[in-house]
Ligand binder design. Sequence first.
Ligand code: FEO
Length: 402
Amino acid sequence: MKEFVQVSESVTWTGVIDQDMKKFHGEELSIPNGTSYNSYLVKDEKTVLIDTVIHKMGYDWVTKLKKEIDLNEIDYIIMNHSEPDHSGALLELMREIPETPIVCTEKGVEILKKYYGKNWKFHPVKTGDKINIGSKDLIFVEMKMLHWPDSMLTYLTEENILFSNDAFGQHYANYGLFNDMADQDQLHYECMKYYACILTPFGGILKNKLEEVLSLDLKIDMICPSHGVIWRDNPLQIVQKYLKWCNNYIESQVTIVYDTMWESTRKMAESIAEGITDVRQDIKVKLYNSAKNSENDIATEIFRSEGFLLGSSTINNGILPSMAALTESIKGLKFKDKKVGAFGSYGWNGRSLDILNRVLDETGLERITDGVKIMWNLDDEDTEKCREFGRDFAKSLFVELL
Ligand code: FEO
């Protein structure tokens, strides 16, 4: 376990780094770079613990925390969010200090009671409430639905530290702990993936909340999220990124995703990609086989794309299972302002195209084509048909250039 790290005069990082964690939310989210569960101890006249860690590390974590501090000296435990990756070690901790008040939102009280079945001493708070800890205050801001109904931020005055829980976090096991000690490319990608796969459905709420928080004119010298790096070097850079991402962010990119039985749908995808680059050579065109790539990495590429295309062979009057799973993700993530289309190969029943068109229509995105389907395998004429489909799709994306 990484040693605890003092991050400011009164704040110590008391978290756990978990580089072995490769799947999150059960098996839902791939996190190849691991993660951390960041907990913080704030010492002033009063002592406050902000968030705990995941259950599986609870015993080791509490044992280590006891070496850092007499647990009976903890005056409050603040739970910014009740999801088990942050609250899981509460059971272990509360066995030691069952009378310590737990500060959280009303919704947090409800969720923690349901998860752990304990009648701990809850101290519910709402936006604007504060707790004086001596020379400083802790101020609370509710972050309802970012990303759970109980989520909140805690702000430490005087040292100007924002404990943001999941917001501004990323699944990234960085032993250096601070953002300036991380691989910047990996860090940027993991931040975007975290946003794309977790926060995209709440973009509108996030935009309003960020504006509300910024209007408070709080000085922010450090952002301490509950996963990944502590933002101490230019901490507002991640806030600026979030402001861009929640504002219908796109890059000049088209993502083509397919699954294929006997390579025909793959060949279609490649010919479509050729067609797109015929029209625009400076656009990024990325191809992914949905059966061979992480659904979450694909979702991240879709998030940053101006348009995307889905392709599947027809099987049993339907689409291939990996594509079916991906379309569930795409629907749930509620992407906005992207142009879309579909394609697929078939033998005797071309229903995959109809299904993909229907699914795309359910997303509310602008489907700019009825798609293309090819029987059995591609001959030269079929290849040109796909290429032309790609050119047309590219022209629809960049109408201003015509
Ligand atoms: Fe990291 Fe929503 O828990």
